[in-house]
Design a binder for this molecule. Structure first.
Ligand SMILES: Nc1ncnc2c1ncn2[C@@H]1O[C@H](COP(=O)(O)OP(=O)(O)OP(=O)(O)O)[C@@H](O)[C@H]1O
Ligand SMILES: O=C(O)C1=C[C@@H](O)[C@@H](O)[C@H](O)C1
Ligand SMILES: [Mg+2]
Length: 169
């Protein structure tokens, strides 16, 4: 099976959909944020605070480059498309899926999600989050092979759309 790589903004469902998709396809999910937390030995929020976002992006690029050895479903972090070298890497990967959603819904999902502290979204105003979101839109688009609008869709429906789009066998 070819890998499926999920990209998109915070709250797009990369972790949630990746988990369901891996179950459905009887394969493994690799979540970059989880791999990163293990690698840096602290929470992402703590790392941002102590070492800054630039340093975080370097570790993230490292994880992306090593992911070539992984098999299954890859759930990236929301900022993976910020670096050009990452976008080029993603474009070479055939099954990159951009999970898209309206900003209001993304914010709503992130606000409700108390399990994750996202330094670029938690405790920020809507305007501040919009400033992070808008410049990223073209970057997600250019990095993906397929785009799926997840607004007002249930996770199971999104998984089915992905399976319809991607040749997994
Ligand atoms: N289609 C959906 N409809 C409603 N809620 C959803 C949907 N997809 C995900 N959620 C919820 O939104 C929250 C964020 O989802 P998730 O952690 O999967 O996003 P993510 O894309 O992995 O974000 P991040 O970039 O921060 O890792 C979770 O509480 C999840 O249950
Ligand atoms: O969108 C982002 O820049 C981020 C998203 C999360 O997945 C984490 O990777 C981190 O909180 C940064
Ligand atoms: Mg995630």
């Amino acid at each position: 099976m070819e890998n499926i790589v999920l990209i998109g903004f915070m709250g797009a469902g990369k972790t949630t959909i990746g988990h369901l998709l891996a179950q459905k396809l009887n394969t493994k999910q690799h979540d970059f944020d989880e791999i990163l937390v293990e690698k840096i030995g602290m929470s992402i929020a703590d790392y941002f605070e102590r070492f800054g976002s630039e340093s975080f992006r370097e570790v993230e690029t490292n994880v992306l480059q090593q992911s070539i050895q992984l098999e299954g479903i890859i759930s990236t972090g929301g900022g993976i498309v910020l670096k050009e070298e990452n976008r080029l890497f993603l474009q070479e990967n055939t099954n990159v899926i951009y999970l898209k959603a309206d900003l209001d819904e993304l914010i709503h999902r992130v606000v409700l999600d108390k399990r994750n502290v996202r330094p670029l979204a938690t405790s920020k105003s809507h305007d501040e989050i919009r400033e992070v979101y808008l410049p990223r839109l073209p970057l997600y688009e250019e990095s993906a092979k397929y785009v799926i609008d997840t607004t007002k869709k249930q996770p199971e429906e999104i998984v089915q759309e992905i399976l319809d789009k991607v040749e997994v066998m």
